[in-house]
Design a binder for this molecule. Structure first.
Ligand SMILES: C[S@@+](CC[C@H](N)C(=O)[O-])C[C@H]1O[C@@H](n2cnc3c(N)ncnc32)[C@H](O)[C@@H]1O
Length: 603
């Protein structure tokens, strides 16, 4: 088992057959498996299947949870038509054991497990952890938990909404996934996990290959003039009007997500219908200006990306649904940690430039390869691997987990939602060749235009805020003068990118960790979690220390509520267990593969 639930209860697994869609009870968690459709034209009866699933959700009890496993393209289609009685709680990306090849996209490396409930409160599930993984080269934990090991659990971390610790073979049984759902939803009032396999009933049909590249004349973007590239300070809808139809090689948009971020000139907390109507307008413009066969890629949270999908599929052709796991650590329950990059093309997609050109520059090469799973990113370990010529790299698929968000990083400038350069390098390297024009209507601090410039692409950036526009201009000037615009900054950016109140650095003779470990000792002595009053009466450290170091009492007692990893790393038997677990999983995987070939021979 690759996970550990905090409760010892498991839902009873029931194979509900395929014709039992009407047998509902109050206490059900349903798990429906549909085929992995590569494109909408693979789906035999899209309308009826959507209707069938919606009426299933409508007829299920008010406590129901329905988990549907399918491909991203069907998940996006279905969710864009979801009955108002159902609520999308999570889109979980589940890694596939072997990527599926297509001739129009990156290799497909994830399935969509969408969790829909009839209730509106937050998703009810058990706290479930996945084990830490260790680098096969240096033997240290894959992720660097730095000075915070005392705050982590002995077994592992809480789960995010991208499951890479289990890999499923879509064409076979998916026992690991069933087992996880049996544990994950073992909360009142549920008793059963009812599994319905609809893969045979709704088997994919051959894809429609009639899609043609649109035969339209492409246009030069003369507006760029001699400068070749440009950033303008304007509203995107105004700025986009200046661009001729069919003139852009790659359109990328990282819009405001309407999640109440503090932008300088934009209210990021609008009525949601107003937000989507506005999105539809600039998306239609991107569809107009992109050249035939080329890509429009839009980054957003999965819930909103589904709505973009609904609009895009009426005007362009689906290409890919890339998952970017932003790598923040889950803190409480399953935490949404990933973004979707929805890719559409105008008519039939051209070959993807980054996957087909003969040679790559160094940046292109680095951004189109990724670290193999389980290798760590400690500089010392990377250097050692390089010296020992260990092959720790592989070609990217459509599941990206190796690029960190900038968050509180010292490379941030004064912009609240700056993208990491590696992320833009990858997209630009993938979807363009040198000399191509890249368009970003939300250019912000200039990540897109700067990466385009570094990769010898032309760019057109639009940005509403004068402040961000000027930041991007300064950074371009730095680039032209040989200064790295992505270097570490000496000053802390003023723009906040989080609502968590930041406390000023304190200079006491004890650090935060010491205080947390003190509370942990105290909790052992008291046999319970210490209160503020306990700390005052013991008076080992002044209560002021706690008040000024921590945001709340929960943070003070964090280490007392968990076992801590530090002790774990000293326990070689624990690590051995982890390695055995990974080994057993691999054995099972290869055992299964072996069985298949034996079965084949038998046939
Ligand atoms: C998510 S941020 C993009 C950040 C950018 N990718 C970066 O790395 O710096 C969205 C940007 O869109 C800008 N913006 C918001 N509304 C806009 C509009 N109507 N037209 C153009 N830009 C707009 C915001 O000021 C913000 O800089």
């Amino acid at each position: 088992m690759a996970h550990k639930s905090e409760t010892n209860i498991k839902l009873q697994l029931v194979d509900a057959g395929v014709d039992t869609l009407q047998k509902f009870s109050e206490n059900d968690v349903w798990f429906i498996k549909l085929p992995y459709y590569i494109s909408e034209s693979n789906i035999p009866d899209l309308k009826n299947l959507t209707k069938e699933l919606n009426s299933f959700i409508e007829n299920s009890s008010k406590n129901s949870t329905v988990a549907i496993l399918t491909s991203p393209v069907f998940a996006a289609h279905f969710l864009s038509e979801l009955t108002p009685l159902g609520q999308l709680k999570l889109w979980i990306g589940v890694k596939l054991i072997a990527p599926i090849k297509t001739d129009f996209s990156l290799n497909q490396h994830h399935a969509a497990l969408i969790i829909i409930t009839r209730y509106s409160k937050t998703l009810q599930h058990t706290k479930t952890r996945i084990g830490y993984t260790f680098c096969p080269n240096c033997d240290k934990t894959t992720k660097d938990y730095g000075g915070k090991k005392h705050l982590y659990n002995e077994y592992g971390t809480l789960m995010s909404d991208v499951w890479r610790d289990i890999e499923i073979d879509y064409s076979k049984d998916i026992d690991l996934l069933k087992e996880r759902l049996q544990d994950l939803f073992a909360v009142k009032p549920y008793k059963f996990l009812k599994f319905i396999d609809l893969t045979a009933k709704h088997a994919p049909v051959s894809p429609d290959v009639s899609l043609e590249k649109k035969d339209v004349k492409t246009n030069d973007f003369e507006y760029l003039g001699d400068t070749n590239s440009l950033i303008i300070n304007q509203d995107c809808l105004e700025g986009l009007k200046k661009i001729p139809s069919n003139s852009i090689d790659f359109c990328f948009a990282d819009p405001p997500y309407n999640v109440n971020k503090k932008y300088e000139s934009w209210d990021d907390d609008r009525d949601i219908i107003e937000y989507f109507n506005w999105c539809d307008k600039w998306i239609s413009e991107l569809a107009r200006v992109v050249k035939p066969g080329k890509t429009v890629a839009i980054l957003n949270i999965p819930q909103w990306a589904v709505r973009h999908f609904k609009h895009l599929k009426n005007i362009l052709s689906f290409q890919d649904w890339i998952i970017w796991e932003g790598l923040s650590l889950p803190v409480r329950m399953i935490m949404p940690a990933h973004y979707s990059i929805v890719c559409f093309t105008k008519g039939k997609a051209d070959n993807i430039p980054g996957l087909t050109r003969n040679s790559h520059s160094a940046i292109e090469h680095d951004s189109l390869t990724t670290m193999k799973e389980f290798y760590c990113s400690r500089a010392s370990c990377i250097n050692k691997r390089r010296k020992e010529s260990i092959n720790d790299k592989e070609l990217i698929t459509n599941l990206w987990w190796d690029i960190h968000r900038l968050k509180h990083n010292s490379r941030r400038v004064d912009h609240p939602t700056q993208l990491p350069p590696m992320f833009m390098n990858r997209l630009i390297s993938l979807f363009t060749n040198e000399g191509d024009i890249v368009l970003d209507p939300f250019n912000g601090s200039g990540t897109t235009s700067l990466c385009a410039a570094k990769l010898n692409r032309r760019f057109f950036g639009i940005e509403l805020s004068e402040k961000y526009y000027k930041i991007s201009l300064n950074r371009h000037a730095e680039l032209e003068n040989g200064i790295d615009p992505f270097r570490k900054q000496d000053t802390t950016p003023k723009a906040k990118n989080s609502y968590v109140q930041r406390l000023r650095k304190q200079k006491y003779e004890v650090d935060k960790k010491t205080l947390q470990l003190y509370i942990k000792d105290l909790s052992v002595k008291l046999g319970r979690i210490p209160t503020r009053e306990d700390v005052i009466s013991f008076n080992t450290y002044p209560i002021d220390y706690f008040d000024s170091y921590f945001i709340n009492w929960g943070e003070v007692t964090a280490a007392a509520r968990t076992t801590g990893m530090e002790s774990v790393e000293n326990k070689s038997d624990y690590k051995l267990k982890q390695q055995l677990r990974l080994f057993e999983e691999k054995q099972n995987k290869y055992g299964n593969l072996k069985k298949t070939s034996e079965e084949k021979r038998h046939d």
